[in-house]
Write a protein that binds this ligand. Structure first.
Ligand SMILES: [Zn+2]
Length: 247
């Protein structure tokens, strides 16, 4: 059966001399693996359109155990990422998050929209990179069943106090009157408000908030730490991005 869809290439692996296997995030099929035959041929239009971080029109055959890409045509390559190693590293981390968190073989439209919007924001420097990083981490986590409970203080129901405290392990929030040893991470209210925005806002408004540099560092720290805790793994692409930022 032949299918036409649009997909973002999250990963590519060489198979032998001529072929490769790509992992693709699509709206309607979720994350799928697909073979690209003859991809290494210089003349192949499929080669460029199935490169890492390309968003492409894809024509697929449903093979026995996986898909085969018959034709591919590039829609967007996020050109701004290709000349900046730090931005490229961050984009590769977003691709790894897509592989980790988006569902396989089922609808993943919002995941795709978040990752595409984030790539666009980073590629065109529309928002600070750390802001886009935090949005991508926390929104994808929320979509995939790890939404923290940020509605109010877990113990007394207070909506906001000047400082609030986050329990990373359980994804719970406490006000300053209910601070306890389970929630050691102190956050400014502005950072809590940004986390609430990322979790609850409509997609169209997702990137529409502002924080100063110090608050962005705190936000990025809490979303990254929460991500690692929930998914119980390390991310090579994140380590690489962070190593570049410290230089
Ligand atoms: Zn409280």
């Amino acid at each position: 059966m032949k299918l036409n869809t649009k997909g973002l290439i999250l990963k590519e692996q060489n198979i032998g001399e001529q072929d490769k296997l790509v992992t693709v995030l699509t709206a309607d099929l979720g994350v799928v693996k697909a073979f690209v035959r003859g991809a290494k041929s210089v003349k192949s239009k499929k080669q460029s359109a199935t490169g890492l971080l390309c968003y492409s029109n894809l024509s697929l055959y449903n093979g026995k155990d996986s898909y085969i890409i018959d034709e591919a045509e590039c829609i967007e390559v996020f050109f701004g990422l290709r000349s900046d190693i730090e931005k490229l590293a961050l984009a590769q981390y977003f691709a790894e998050l897509g592989c980790e968190l988006a569902p396989e073989h089922s609808n993943a439209e919002e995941y795709l929209r978040v990752v595409l919007n984030s790539l666009y924001m980073v590629s065109n420097s529309k928002k600070p990179d750390l802001q886009v990083k935090a949005i991508t981490e926390l929104r994808l986590l929320s979509l995939s069943g790890y939404m923290p409970n940020l509605v109010a203080c877990e113990r007394c129901g207070e909506f906001e106090t000047e400082k609030m405290y986050f329990d990373i392990e359980h994804g719970l929030l406490y006000c300053e009157n209910c601070a306890n040893e389970d929630a050691p991470l102190e956050l400014e209210l502005n950072v809590v408000s940004a986390m609430r925005h990322i979790v609850f806002s409509k997609l169209e408004r997702l990137y529409a908030f502002g924080l100063n540099d110090e608050q962005l560092r705190d936000l990025s720290y809490v979303t990254e730490t929460y991500l690692k805790s929930k998914t119980e793994r390390k991310y090579k692409t994140l380590d690489f991005y962070n190593s570049l930022r410290k230089i």
